[in-house]
Design a protein around this ligand. Structure first.
Ligand code: NAD
Ligand code: MG
Length: 393
């Protein structure tokens, strides 16, 4: 929102947790943002409500059936174009009339539209961490070619970006290591024994953050932090040895960068994703924001502890995959998505998630991944293998 004209937004995953928070931030500054395009998948009721409020000329949904249902829910006299499916999402992500794309689809489905936005040279507010886990190198290369600016929405990476002033780490040789904070999730203090009987309902009940189902389960297994270690390495071109994880149950310190002189640069704020989203929407300027403020005296203490890596093996599996190479991180992500889905459907135990990933992680070592099609092809094959592995047990 620099030159007086509103910044024009496209939101992928508009109906999800991040999408809803994004539109809340935009609605707090109606003079500065024009919503040009909204993409959802199957929740046409929510998308219709958002579309009626913001009146974008373009929408996208998963199938023709959803498009028909959506059209029937829109107010009289408002006739946006409705695009359909992955091809539609990619068109929406690269629209010439859009300045900033919020990439907030969950999972591997976010990769192709994210790449489309990056290749089109957009400012990309990137919540879809899975796309960096799948194809961080392709995304960085595409951004270097197009001049796209990638702004991390994920609170930890957003915190690092803010703490470091948005500078690329290769230009900042003073950075010794990054410290990602983790809430520890709902089972931070649960006994090993009790993890055997975790239900989906228990896993979806996060103590600090209200999020979509997949990332909520990822937070409970610590896979979310594992994906974020990979995300940090891919964003900044750092080896895994320079990224550490510390559990911080209050979720107020959102991450830290340690410099060679011992300094720790941190970003603190309320556990509300709108803070990180607003930073991205306003970048390089700051927006005012109506969110609850942190009351430090009421908090009284901020605590830190080591993650229980033996009881939550997903974090170590993610580090291991990163160390092994790009086809391992694709396999890790695909296996995790399938395992989480089966867990939520009651077909796999909580501890079975890590077991399923461990069982399939090494099957595709060193496969060449030259483009997004190769990545998605491997993704599909691993999904089938994990589903077969679970069925066979
Ligand atoms: P969510 O489940 O609430 O929403 C997901 C969105 O993606 C919905 O709009 C849905 O319609 C859309 N979607 C799902 N499958 C799709 C498909 N096949 N094609 C197109 N669209 C599809 O998820 P969320 O919590 O908003 O998370 C979105 C992304 O942001 C994830 O990658 C997550 O890891 C990341 N993220 C979320 C949070 C958070 O606080 N929610 C924080 C950091 C990062
Ligand atoms: Mg995060």
């Amino acid at each position: 929102p620099a030159s007086g004209r509103p910044r024009r937004l496209a939101v992928l995953g508009a109906t999800g947790s991040i999408g809803v928070s994004t539109l809340n931030v935009a609605a707090q500054h109606p003079d500065q943002y024009q919503v040009v395009a909204l993409a959802g998948a199957t929740n046409v009721t929510r998308l219709a409500g958002q579309a009626a409020a913001f009146r974008p000329p373009l929408l996208a949904v998963l199938t023709e059936e959803h498009a028909a249902a959506l059209a029937g829910l829109l107010p009289a006299g408002y006739h946006p174009e409705i695009l359909v499916g992955p091809a539609g999402y990619a068109v929406l992500a690269a629209l010439p009339e859009v300045d900033l794309v919020v990439s907030a689809i969950v999972g591997a489905a976010g990769l192709v539209p994210t790449l489309a936005a990056v290749a089109a040279g957009k400012i990309v507010a990137l919540a879809n961490k899975e796309s960096l886990v799948l194809a961080g190198d392709l995304i960085r290369a595409a951004a270097a070619r197009s001049g796209a600016v990638i702004l991390p929405v994920d609170s930890e990476h957003n915190a690092l970006f803010q703490a470091l002033g948005g500078v690329d780490l290769p230009d900042l040789p003073l950075v010794e290591r990054l410290v990602l904070t983790a809430s520890g999730g709902p089972f931070r203090a649960a006994s090993r024994q009790s993890l055997e009987s975790v239900t989906p309902q228990m896993a979806l009940n996060h103590p600090n953050w209200s999020m979509g189902p997949k990332i909520s389960v990822d937070s409970a297994t610590l896979m979310n932090k594992g994906l974020e270690v990979i995300e940090a390495c891919r964003l900044y071109g750092l080896p895994v040895s320079q990224v550490e994880v510390v559990v911080h149950p209050q979720s107020i310190v959102h991450s830290l960068a340690q410099l060679h002189d011992g300094s720790l640069l941190a970003h603190l704020g309320p556990p509300d994703m709108r803070v990180a989203i607003a930073y991205c929407l306003g970048y390089p300027r700051r927006l005012s924001l109506d969110v609850p403020r942190v009351d430090l005296v009421k908090l009284a203490s901020l605590t830190f502890e080591a993650p229980r890596e033996d009881d939550f093996p997903c974090l170590g599996l993610a580090r291991q995959a990163l160390d092994c190479g790009p086809s391992h991180t694709v396999a890790l992500n695909a296996a995790n998505e399938v395992a989480v889905d089966l867990f939520l459907k009651g077909r796999l135990r909580f501890l079975g998630i890590a077991a399923a990933i461990a069982a399939t992680l090494d099957a595709h070592a060193g496969e060449p991944l030259a483009d997004a099609a190769a990545v998605m092809d491997l993704d599909v094959r691993v999904r089938q293998e994990v589903a077969d592995w679970v069925m066979a047990r």
